[in-house]
Design a protein around this ligand. Structure first.
Ligand code: SF4
Ligand code: SF4
Length: 58
C-alpha cells in the first residue's frame, strides 16, 4: 500500500500531523507536507483524521 495525498484539498487543519505516530507530516505555510513518507507504518490515523478526505492508503 502507498499513502496518497491530494495537496490541493488540504485546508491546513493540522490533524494529520497531530495523529501520526511517526511524524510523517509537517505543516508548512498552512498546508500539510509529507516530509517523511518512508517512515509511514500505514496505521490509517491520518486517513481517518482528515476532514477533507485528502489522504488515502491505496
Ligand atoms: S498512515 Fe499512520 S503512520 Fe502513515 S502517515 Fe498516516 S498516521 Fe502516519
Ligand atoms: S488532516 Fe487533511 S486537511 Fe488537515 S492538514 Fe492534514 S491533509 Fe490537510
Amino acid at each position: 500500500m502507498a499513502l496518497k495525498f491530494k495537496e490541493d484539498c488540504c485546508i491546513g487543519c493540522g490533524n494529520c500531523a497531530e495523529v501520526c505516530p511517526v511524524e510523517v507530516w509537517e505543516m508548512e505555510d498552512g498546508k500539510a507536507v509529507m516530509l517523511r513518507p518512508d517512515d509511514c507504518i500505514e496505521c490509517g490515523a491520518c486517513v481517518d483524521g482528515c476532514p477533507e478526505n485528502c489522504i488515502s492508503l491505496e
